[in-house]
Design a protein around this ligand. Structure first.
Ligand SMILES: C[S@@+](CC[C@H](N)C(=O)[O-])C[C@H]1O[C@@H](n2cnc3c(N)ncnc32)[C@H](O)[C@@H]1O
Length: 275
């Protein structure tokens, strides 16, 4: 299937990385694809992959939406069309949405995602979604995006859970794309509180051990992470390579400035693969 765009707006989305992926992957033969920090799934949706993929994220409301998109796109579209885009409805739906796996919750999630301020997903200490209304009153969502994403998701297993949830399904020659939340604040990137629990340095250490496991299985990984000394100390393991990229970004405020943010990619895909 051709590359498509994510059907949700997602902070930290990797659309900017998509053009770099063929250079990093080269002519590597991939069996199964795994993406355990799925978010908007920019990289999964950009790939032309026919074998089974394993997709997961810790955000259960996001994952319920993926499952409904895959299994019930027309029901989701019908439910979504019923929601009026007004400020009052936004705040009502924000309190109504629950973690139950239903098509109504997926429609509410998609509506909040499309009309919230900056498409952020953020929860307070009690786990309640607390992003304000974005006043996107001229907004129109192309419903075909749900149908197209649905056909692209047909050969996938989709789970809610920590990044290790499908660990035992990783096999030789699989590719695991890892895009964890930032732990260290740098270059105005700041933290993104996707969940109640921040991704800690201990989680980054656990991710390092997960990468060692992936390599032992004879599989490949690509890790994106902050261009930061602490991150390099954790992930620059012998034999693996680091690809340094620059991402264009608009840094906020009234005097918004276009600037290039350094980002690091760590991978065990050998460079010889590019011959
Ligand atoms: C940087 S975003 C991924 C963005 C994605 N690559 C994209 O293109 O939109 C990180 C994701 O990790 C998820 N997450 C946070 N902690 C996690 C954990 N311990 N295990 C799995 N997912 C986690 C967040 O919900 C968020 O969707």
């Amino acid at each position: 299937m051709p590359a498509i765009e994510p059907f949700v707006r997602w902070a930290g989305g990797k659309t900017w990385l998509v053009p770099h992926i063929p250079t990093i992957v080269g002519n590597l033969h991939i069996e199964h694809y795994h993406e355990p920090f799925l978010g908007g799934g920019a990289i999964y949706f950009s790939m032309d992959h026919t074998k089974k993929s394993y997709l997961s994220d810790a955000n259960s409301q996001l994952i319920n939406t993926y499952i409904q998109v895959r299994d019930n796109p027309e029901g989701l579209i019908e439910s979504f069309k019923q929601i009026p885009n007004t400020e009052d409805d936004y705040y009502r739906i924000r309190t109504e949405i629950t973690g139950e796996n239903t098509v109504e919750n997926a429609a509410k999630f998609l509506f909040l995602n499309q009309t919230s301020y900056n498409g952020l997903y953020r929860v307070n200490r009690n786990g309640r979604y607390n992003v304000p209304y974005g006043f996107r009153t001229n907004w129109a969502y192309d419903l075909d995006r749900i149908r197209i994403a649905s056909s692209k998701l047909q050969n996938t297993r989709i789970d809610t859970g920590d990044f290790e949830v499908n660990k035992y399904r990783i096999k030789e020659n699989d590719l695991v794309f890892l895009d964890p939340p930032y732990t260290v604040s740098h270059n105005n990137n700041g933290f993104i509180a996707y969940n109640q629990k921040l991704f800690s340095l201990d989680d980054q250490q656990r991710l390092k051990r997960f990468i060692e496991y992936i390599k032992k299985r004879g599989a490949f990984y690509i890790l994106t992470n902050a261009a930061h000394k602490t991150i390099c100390e954790i992930f620059l393991t012998q034999g693996d390579r680091i690809v340094k990229l620059r991402r264009n970004s608009l840094i906020g405020g009234r005097n918004a400035l276009r600037t290039a943010i350094p980002e690091y990619i760590f991978t065990n895909i050998p460079e010889v693969n590019h011959e």
